[in-house]
Write a protein that binds this ligand. Structure first.
Ligand code: SF4
Length: 486
């Protein structure tokens, strides 16, 4: 049987699968089908768009145009030819925590369904979409007629059945021409929270993946040439199975990794006994530019309480101090080794104007205390089905406060992000291992491969997909301006 996986990309509270990231969903399914003896092709939504919307012709942008990110992440496969031979099409969709993506745009149900309508094969829908999907923050989940699909299926396997498929899934890289960050799963569910907006507790009870399974999968991808790894699919890296040994073994068995990062961290586990040891190990074994993504969401205790959030402001502050103590030093690639990042969400239950004041006060305190924050993610909550917020007020606060959001966000960007950026990367700092990625007019935008990498704008059109070193010369609100070192 010829199966084709159509990856429309995924973004969840735990787990990123938007290029340059390669998520777990296509890899696990690929490995399982391959192990069962099937022929498996991998396509992205970009391949499908290129065929259906652009007649298979890729055009270079003129100097006035942006790089077309709708068709940036094509595979080695031709969508029309592959789909003509396909018996079963498995479509992966699902954005739960919508972000802004520099070089990709996830496919929505509204986009994908019409593109697939004429295709005759059996179609299965899977991925986070099973729990709802929404590409834009501040909205209810996408409502669509799913009758096109013959089946809606959850392919999730328990960890003890997953190992051989996860390893076999590394072969998918043979169908992808560009470099990818491999997002590795270390746990499922959430061991602490039941945050009002989050689908993680709905998807799974908390269960850790064994350290050995994680290391084996990383080794399989490394053996296939992967050099960028993020141990990023989890609610809290600090609660992983033997996190220190995990990092140590990966470093020892994959010595030429160019990037090893983590993602989500629960501040409560940083401040607990043992938290400082894990922090030190992350600094020692991971590559620099690493971030502990703290899902703080709000510094307003009333919002924390109403939304069952897991971190009170005092705990957040202490965790930020600990990460700074060990991680703020500058690493080999020019970035600080390991810094906290903060997620703030607008539109949560009990949000008032005071909430913004409390957020600004806390962030100002961090700035004035000389601490570093690598990035502040601000988004409007996406209301997904069956979540606590969906059942206890839904849109109410979003609608009430929407008129303030631009102002609130802008104040954080101007008064916190901007001075913080200048502190993290003073003018003249050299940043290495930067990849040229896309054009917008006469500017080339570049990033390191990493967890939430900083966007760097460089004047002129440099050849794309090249690795360069850059000197910081100025700042935008959340990105830096640089010049290429010759
Ligand atoms: S801490 Fe909250 S947001 Fe994070 S995974 Fe758990 S329930 Fe979701």
């Amino acid at each position: 049987m010829h199966y084709t996986i159509l990856d429309c990309y995924t973004d969840e509270a735990s787990g990123l699968g938007v290029p340059p990231y390669l998520g777990t969903y296509p890899r696990y399914i690929y490995g399982q089908l391959k192990t069962e003896g099937h022929t498996v092709s991998y396509l992205t939504i970009d391949d499908l768009r290129l065929w259906k919307n652009y007649g298979g012709v890729r055009r270079e942008p003129t100097v006035k145009q942006k790089t077309n990110i709708l068709v940036y992440n094509t595979t080695n496969n031709n969508a029309r030819d592959i789909l003509a031979r396909t018996d079963v099409l498995i479509v992966i969709i699902g954005v739960h925590v919508p972000g802004k993506y520099l070089t990709a745009l996830p496919g929505t149900l509204r986009e994908v369904i019409p593109l697939l309508r004429e295709l005759p094969m059996k179609k299965i829908l899977t991925g986070p979409v099973i729990f709802g999907t929404q590409l834009e923050g501040g909205k209810l989940f996408e409502n669509a007629d799913l009758s096109l699909f013959d089946e809606i299926k959850d392919f999730t396997l328990p960890f003890d059945k997953l190992d051989q498929y996860a390893i076999a899934g590394a072969e998918i890289l043979t169908q992808i021409p560009d470099k990818r960050v491999i997002e590795i799963e270390t746990s499922r569910g959430c061991n602490v929270g039941k945050c009002s907006f989050c689908t993680e507790p709905l998807k799974s009870k908390f269960v850790n993946r064994s350290k050995d399974s994680v290391v084996q999968e990383v080794k399989a991808f490394y053996g296939r040439g992967a050099r960028f790894i993020r141990l990023g699919k989890q609610a809290d890296f600090y609660s992983s199975d033997q996190p220190i040994e995990m990092l140590q073994e990966i470093r020892e068995s994959c010595p030429d990794l160019e990037m090893l990062h983590i993602d989500n961290v629960n501040p409560n586990f940083v401040v607990r006994p043992g938290g400082e040891e894990i922090t030190k190990a992350i600094v020692e074994y991971c590559t620099s530019g690493n971030i502990a993504a703290f899902g703080i969401e709000s510094f307003d205790p009333a919002v924390v309480k109403a939304n069952l959030l897991n971190t009170m402001p005092a705990v957040a502050m202490k965790a930020i101090q600990i990460i700074n103590k060990y991680g703020a030093k500058r690493g080999e690639n020019g970035m600080p080794c390991f810094l906290p990042g903060i997620n703030i969400i607008f539109g949560l239950l009990n949000e008032t104007k005071e909430t913004h004041q409390k957020n600004i006060e806390a962030l100002t305190y961090i700035l004035q205390d000389g601490l570093l924050l690598r990035r502040i993610n601000i988004r409007q909550v996406a209301i997904l089905p069956n979540t606590y917020i969906h059942q206890h007020g839904g849109h109410k606060y979003l609608l009430k406060n929407k008129k303030y959001y631009w102002k609130w966000r802008n104040e954080i960007r101007q008064t916190i992000d901007n001075p913080m950026l200048a502190r993290i990367l003073p003018k003249g700092t050299i940043i290495k291992d930067v990849w040229t990625e896309m054009y917008d007019g006469k500017t080339t935008f570049c990033r390191q491969m990493g967890t939430y990498p900083l966007v760097i704008g460089i004047k002129g059109r440099l050849p794309l997909k090249q690795k360069i070193s850059v000197k910081v010369t100025g700042y935008m609100l959340r990105s830096v301006v640089g010049e290429v070192l010759s």
